[in-house]
Design a binder for this molecule. Structure first.
Ligand code: CP
Length: 320
């Protein structure tokens, strides 16, 4: 077996994206997240795995799910955690984010969890610090932990990834979630279709083996899973679609569309949702929706990532 096949996530210092990861490394995270999920369902959740380690979240963009789930994952593995509030840090005095991160490292951080609007920010940081870096979203490039929790949730619900057909719908152009899902799902043998107006679908995706569709109703007849993406109003240029109302009419998931869809369709959304735009409240809370499970699974998957980057192996008996 080659080095690439046997390499584990712990052999890497950082988790920067799924583009770089092998199927074996992705599967290692998915396997490790199973006992982690069991731990988070216990009354007493604490393990000593990361005792003595310090985890710092450094988020230059807003977040609820990712930041809190990283913090809970670190705490439940016994780490000390610190959240940097960028709005009250020396970033406001002109310090660049690499200097901020070096300062955080000098203060004792073992892991820095970075969210930044610049594509490649986590890679740049990883080249400039000795501690471990986890990418919590870099511009429109990647959001690897979101894709890993999405894939974990699908595997939990359907028992497999190989052979599934997954539609990722909406603002693909601005979506790091879409890119990480495309890399992860295709590496594990799923077929990916992107659905949206031509103005929101970047060129070159077919070279990654992705099918492009512009009609949501047609797509819903073909797929096992639909992953509805948030319209990223903060990254939109004007004129990419006529209006939010028109977007919702053509690409929004609503009760009428779901009533016509297959009964075992899986509905996903990474959150936060623009209710009434890409998904209605009725669709988001339909029995086929796994949105709440995605959020819960985010903690288990991030525990698994900490565990593996800290040198653990998927088959360790760390539950005992
Ligand atoms: N899905 C996701 O990244 O959500 P947050 O922006 O709330 O972290």
């Amino acid at each position: 077996m080659s080095f690439t096949q046997t390499r584990t996530l712990g052999a890497r210092r950082h988790l920067l994206g799924l583009e770089d990861l092998s199927a074996a490394e992705i599967n290692e995270v998915l396997e490790t997240a199973i006992p982690c999920k069991e731990i988070i369902q216990r009354e007493i959740k604490k393990l000593p795995t990361l005792r003595g380690r310090t985890v710092v979240t450094l988020f230059f963009e807003p977040s609820t799910r990712t930041r809190i789930s990283f913090e809970l994952a670190a705490k439940w593995l016994g780490a000390d955690t610190v959240n940097v509030t960028v709005s009250t840090s020396s970033v406001q005095k002109g310090e660049n984010f690499v200097d901020t991160a070096r300062t955080i490292e000098a203060l004792g951080a073992d892991f820095i969890i970075l969210r930044h609007s610049m594509a490649g920010a986590a890679h740049l940081l990883a080249e400039n610090v000795k501690c471990r870096v986890i990418n919590a979203g870099d511009g429109a490039r990647e959001h690897p932990t979101q894709a890993l929790l999405d894939i974990f949730t699908l595997k939990e619900k359907l028992g497999r990834i190989q052979g599934l057909k997954v539609a990722i719908v909406g603002d693909i152009l601005h979506s790091r979630v879409a890119m990480s899902n495309i890399y992860g799902l295709t590496k594990l043998g799923a077929k990916v279709m992107v659905v949206g107006p031509p103005t929101l679908i970047p060129k070159g995706l077919t070279e990654l083996g992705v099918e492009v569709e512009h009609n949501l109703d047609r797509a819903l007849n073909e797929v096992d899973v639909v992953n509805m993406l948030r319209i990223q109003l903060e990254r939109q240029q004007k004129g990419l679609f006529p209006s939010l109302r028109e977007y919702a009419r053509l690409y929004g998931l609503n009760a009428e569309r779901l009533n016509k869809a297959r009964k075992d369709l899986i509905v996903m959304h990474p959150g936060p949702t623009n209710l009434g735009v890409e998904i209605t409240e009725e669709a988001a809370t339909d029995s086929r929706s796994v949105i709440t499970a995605q959020v819960t699974n985010g903690v288990a998957v991030r525990m698994a990532i900490f565990y593996l980057l800290n040198g653990g192996r998927a088959n360790d008996e760390f539950l005992s």
